[in-house]
Design a protein around this ligand. Sequence first.
Ligand SMILES: [Cu+2]
Length: 237
Amino acid sequence: MERTIFCLLLASFLPTVQPHYLWYSIILKGIVTPPFEYVRNVSYTALPETGSRSIVDPVFLRDPVHDYACNRGAFANAENTSIATLDAGEEFGIQAATGARARLDPIAPYHEGPVAVYLSRAPTGNVREYDGLGEWFKIGELGLDMSVPLNQKQHWLARDNEHIRFTVPETTPPGEYLLRMEQIYPWPDRNDTQIFVNCAQVEIVGQGGGTPAPLVHLEDFLDLHNPALSGWCTPDS
Ligand SMILES: [Cu+2]
């Protein structure tokens, strides 16, 4: 009980308007690709109940599932987003940025919480036709630094990390995929938990042979009743 009250007190000291960020580029062969060249841009009309929203605002668990698949309005940008070629077994990076639509600047994630990347194969074979509401598998995650003792302040490996890198599994079946980049910033109240998510369009080439598992639907693990999505007690500020 004391722990819960302490969390709420901490949260109450946070400014009501926080800057946020999004993932606007993937890093291929060490090169930060141009913003939204391979990442679906975010386009949306402001919701009447919330007023205008910034391009870097997170999505929330109360938003429709297609929003936390690839962010608000992302599917509308599928046609004008290029498809990156990724070799199975290759390392790639993901790049966050903050600011406004007119000007976004690269930044390392400054929120707490895990960063993970997922793949979902385009059901028709053409990723531009895919809204991201199918089955996903996780290919990498930066979670807590397990070397920090539990009685000390915990450190998330992605926080302030300017070199977030993952590797495409060597036996990933070749084909066109959505590559989903996600950070979950859990809040004491899961209604406030922030999800930073964007999707890149990629074609994976390689030997194949693997059977990705487990496959998950986003709404099954990103749902309001998942206790793992709230209760984190040290919101950053
Ligand atoms: Cu934020």
